[in-house]
Design a protein around this ligand. Structure first.
Ligand code: ZN
Length: 82
């Protein structure tokens, strides 16, 4: 399997592709992120905030700047899960 980027709408998503049969599958398939609307990069960013034990307020601030643009509601839901 080879990992590659695929533009879906305005979001750049990561997918696996079999070099023999060309079958594709999302990198989020069969994970808790499968049905979510967040991009791979946004999920990675939120997991990083958890890993370094960033506060809710700081995570909310960091998620709202740059290219991530994760809504405060999304950050709120993630912190309620943890
Ligand atoms: Zn295959």
């Amino acid at each position: 399997m080879a990992l590659y980027d695929k533009l879906e709408g305005t979001v750049l998503n990561k997918r696996w592709r079999c070099p023999k049969c060309q079958k594709e599958v999302s990198i989020k398939a069969n994970t808790i992120f499968e049905n979510g609307h967040l991009s791979f990069d946004q999920v990675t960013l939120l997991i990083y905030f958890f890993a370094i034990r960033m506060s809710y307020d700081d995570s909310n601030h960091e998620a709202s700047i740059g290219e991530s643009l994760i809504s405060p509601n999304t950050v709120d839901r993630w912190y309620k899960i943890s």
